[in-house]
Write a protein that binds this ligand. Structure first.
Ligand SMILES: Cc1ncc(COP(=O)(O)O)c(C=O)c1O
Length: 374
């Protein structure tokens, strides 16, 4: 699998060896327990611990995260379940962790929880390398690159080297990029973590998450944590997630092409400011993004003059749903300030680009901008 192209790998990822009269991707196994006599040893004992549908999917995600390598992947009921599994399985009272101060808006909740458990939380913005000054004595460095919703990018390899030299582990939230856009383990990270609710599954119909690690001890910690808290995905969701992976490259390639076209079109509009897309050559993150990313993702962010202009823009869009989340096949956009959790301007828009025909999408955005500023 290591020498194959991304598309070939995606369509075959995690499939069992062909067996006469068996389906290529076995259906979801709905079981709370499995027949088990004698010693209670696996592979399948009880449904909170393991499930064959997870096994196929975990293999698939591992092949995408680290082609040709033996890695350990653990799937979860959501991205937050995956994030907290890493943090809470690794840190202890008295430890210090470094978190982004501009990452996903639930991170401040995690931060509060860690502080309540006696963990020292230090924060730094994603871009600009301020993390380097915070690593002494830290147990774990958490990165989110590109960051949501600001789309800043950090130099993962450089920060990993510094963190490891200081004795800290590194986790990367790779949600925006997906493993075919960026492979954190190849860049040296210890954990690649994602909300697969987004681009990875791509249809806006399931919540899902995963953690992949190279070190079997760390993988075992994460797996044990899932067993302790029971943050397990349903077999149907796991099967849908696996089925979605076979179109990952098609969806993401089209979304990236559309996202770049949208960013280029927005760059020409006088009423648009603060435009960010890591794949746009004029973006401040472009140089570092091109070094570490293989695809730049489906999200474009920008600002309109104020809240009313942004709301008029969203209302005027015909082909783009006003909805949160991102990475799906149907374009969505939202005024991010409505949630109150991100440090963004009132007119800030996070635009998730889908797989529509680019001419239709761009025409819709142009007419909505015209309507918004009229
Ligand atoms: C970057 C990032 N990480 C994690 C999450 C949390 O994922 P979930 O909603 O699947 O729990 C999100 C959700 O938007 C996200 O954007």
């Amino acid at each position: 699998m290591s020498t194959m192209g991304d598309g070939t790998r995606a369509v075959r990822a995690g499939l069992p060896e062909p067996e006469q009269f068996e389906p290529p991707l076995p259906g979801p196994v709905f079981a709370a327990h499995f027949h088990l006599s004698g010693e209670p040893v696996g592979p399948y004992t009880y449904g909170r611990e393991t499930n064959p549908t997870w096994t196929h999917l975990e293999r698939a995600i591992g092949e995408l995260e680290a082609p040709g390598e033996e890695v350990g992947t653990t799937v979860f009921a959501s991205g937050m379940a995956a994030i907290t599994a890493v943090l809470l399985s690794q840190v202890r009272s008295g430890d210090a962790v470094v978190l982004p101060d501009d990452g996903y808006q639930a991170l401040p909740l995690v931060r509060e929880q860690l502080a309540a458990y006696g963990v020292e939380v230090r924060t730094a913005p994603t871009g600009g390398d301020a993390q380097l000054a915070l690593l002494t004595g830290a147990k774990l460095l958490w990165l989110e690159s590109p960051s949501n919703p600001g789309l800043d990018v950090c130099d993962i390899r450089r920060l990993v080297e510094a963190a490891h030299a200081a004795g800290a582990l590194v986790a990367v939230d790779n949600t925006l990029a997906t493993p075919i856009g960026q492979r954190p383990l190849e860049l040296g990270a210890d954990f690649s973590v994602a909300s697969d609710t987004k681009g990875m599954t791509g249809h806006g119909d399931i919540l899902f998450g995963h953690v992949t690690c190279r070190d079997p001890r760390l993988a075992a910690d994460v797996r044990r944590w899932r067993k302790v808290v029971g943050a397990i995905p349903g077999p149907m969701e796991a099967w849908l997630a696996h089925r979605s992976l076979s179109t990952l490259h098609l969806r993401i390639d089209r979304q990236c092409t559309n996202a770049l076209a949208l960013a280029e079109a927005l760059a020409k509009r006088a009423e648009v400011t603060g435009l960010r897309y890591p794949g746009l050559p004029t973006d401040p993150s472009y140089a570092v993004a091109t070094r570490q990313m293989r695809r730049f993702g489906s999200v474009v962010s920008f600002e309109l003059a104020d809240r009313d202009t942004a709301d008029r823009f969203l209302t005027a869009l015909r082909l783009v749903d006003d909805a949160t989340s991102f990475g799906g096949v149907r374009s969505t956009a939202e005024r991010r300030g409505r949630w109150g959790g991100d440090a963004v301007a009132e007119g800030f828009i996070r635009f998730s680009v889908g797989v529509e025909d680019p001419e239709d999408l761009l025409a819709d955005v142009q007419q909505a901008l015209d309507a918004a500023v009229r």
